[in-house]
Ligand binder design. Structure first.
Ligand code: ADE
Length: 252
């Protein structure tokens, strides 16, 4: 059973890349259904207003809870085995491969993911509060990383791609999911090479041309461990993200 993904946005055109490449093919092959919806279809005024000024003052605009509530209720599928609303925001839980795997399991079991893409200063906090209190919906705020985008659309594209490629049948050779970075071993991937064997004075490591699969396996494992220790020691020690370790102390 294949599930579905819906995206609510004021810029449906931003999601056009979902027609392309592996995700586009998965849709055409019927492995995944994706709906993109214009949030303004749930407005009721002449100007199709989705935002207003923040209570308490301050810069920017906040997206209205009544429009978001009507839109989400309109898009959520009552008879789906599960419904998960994902709100991309820099204040959310950090997106990880484990999260992509969790979401892919929900979709492959026929569940629905709905991306609520905010713009401006974000969505009125009561929207998350309301859906957190409902037992027919799970709501989750997710962040791509510690930087700020203009809205949730690009984040939704990223999460959809990370999830879709894990769905059964989407990637031709599922073996390629096994050894990649952030895969089962929890390491970054080893460096890869192809023809020609010598290019601009740089040679492919001899071991890869040896045909000795045991040696190749241990060489690759050693390079993966070495690369991870150098670039992402936090993946090995499990202690903090590199950003946190490198951050200037707050009193400096
Ligand atoms: N929206 C704005 N910034 C974002 C981020 N870093 N991650 C997810 N959604 C966002």
């Amino acid at each position: 059973m294949s599930g579905r993904i819906d995206v609510l946005t004021i810029f449906p055109g931003y999601l056009a890349p979902l027609e392309l490449s592996l995700v586009g093919k998965a849709r055409r092959d019927g492995l995944l259904e994706i709906g993109v919806h214009d949030l303004r279809d749930w407005t009721s005024d002449r100007h199709r207003t989705v935002d207003d000024t923040p209570f308490g003052g301050g810069a920017g605009m906040v997206m209205r809870p009544d429009v978001w509530g009507d839109a989400l209720d309109g898009v959520l599928v009552a008879d789906s085995p599960s419904r998960t609303v994902l709100v991309p925001t820099p204040a959310g839980d950090r997106m990880t491969q484990a999260m992509a795997e969790e979401l892919a399991l929900l979709v492959s079991a026929g569940g629905q993911l709905v991306f609520a893409c905010g713009r401006y200063e974000g969505i009125d906090a009561r929207v998350s509060e309301h859906y957190s209190g409902r037992d027919d919906v799970t709501i989750r705020e997710i962040s791509l990383g510690d930087y700020v985008l203009n809205g949730g659309e690009v984040a939704a594209l990223v999460v959809i791609e990370a999830v879709a490629r894990l769905l059964p049948g989407v990637i031709g050779n599922p073996e390629s999911l096994v050894e990649e970075s952030h895969g089962a071993a929890g390491l970054l991937e080893y460096p890869v090479y192809t023809k020609p064997p010598s290019w601009r004075g740089l040679d492919v490591p001899e071991v890869l041309l040896s045909g000795d699969h045991g040696r190749i396996r241990s060489w690759r494992r050693a390079r993966a461990v070495e690369r991870t220790a150098r670039r992402r020691p936090d993946l090995i020690t499990g202690q903090g993200s590199p950003e946190i370790r490198l951050a200037r102390p707050v009193d400096a």
